[in-house]
Design a protein around this ligand. Sequence first.
Ligand code: SAM
Length: 217
Amino acid sequence: MIMSNKNKYSLETVEKVYSYWGKSLLTYKLGVSFFGFDSYIRRKALEELKLKKGSTVVDLACGQGIMFRLLEEKIGEKGRIIAVDYVEEMIKQCRKLAARKKWGNITFIKQDAAKLRLKNNYADGIISVIGLSAIPDHKKALKNCHHALKKGSRLVVIDGKDFSSKYKFLNPILKLLRWSKSYEKKDLINDIKKIFGNIKVNEYFLGSTFMAVAVKR
Ligand SMILES: C[S@@+](CC[C@H](N)C(=O)[O-])C[C@H]1O[C@@H](n2cnc3c(N)ncnc32)[C@H](O)[C@@H]1O
């Protein structure tokens, strides 16, 4: 099927949709709430990152910075968070949050993750929570993550997928719950595996959410 430009998922769409989301904390929080298991699943991701005090971690497509508190607890004030998001409104909310919490160790980068060029062997970990699916050129973004990670460090991705086969009859519901445009034609798990050469996947909520961990070898 040929998609018209109007329907193509692009940076323009990202700008439009997430500028609105950035202004509305309630809508946004509901969108990333994981049916009330938000804290549980984010803590699991944090464990998988294997960060230490003083680590440098990238929060890719960080949104309003919901991951910051857990990351700060883990890395401490000598650590560094590199917060990347394409949308100005999101970065603005992140800056406000950091100022309110007096977190002085966050670097904010307003950038398309596909164009992000961090130093090679720089990061001790990269996390993306419902971020990868939102990035139009997620494959380029993944290559940039691979480049930026230190050897032995991890990329942890939490994102959505279709229900696992036993429950696939529920898939039409996802169209209603999810802003499905960004999920079209993306096989995030396979793409992570291709670029990193390894992957561990855990599924949640009958398979409709996954956590992928890939190690830079
Ligand atoms: C659902 S939100 C992320 C939620 C957030 N990671 C969290 O922990 O709750 C998706 C984010 O992806 C960002 N985004 C979309 N495309 C992007 C791109 N090309 N580069 C960087 N960020 C992007 C959006 O601006 C939005 O803030």
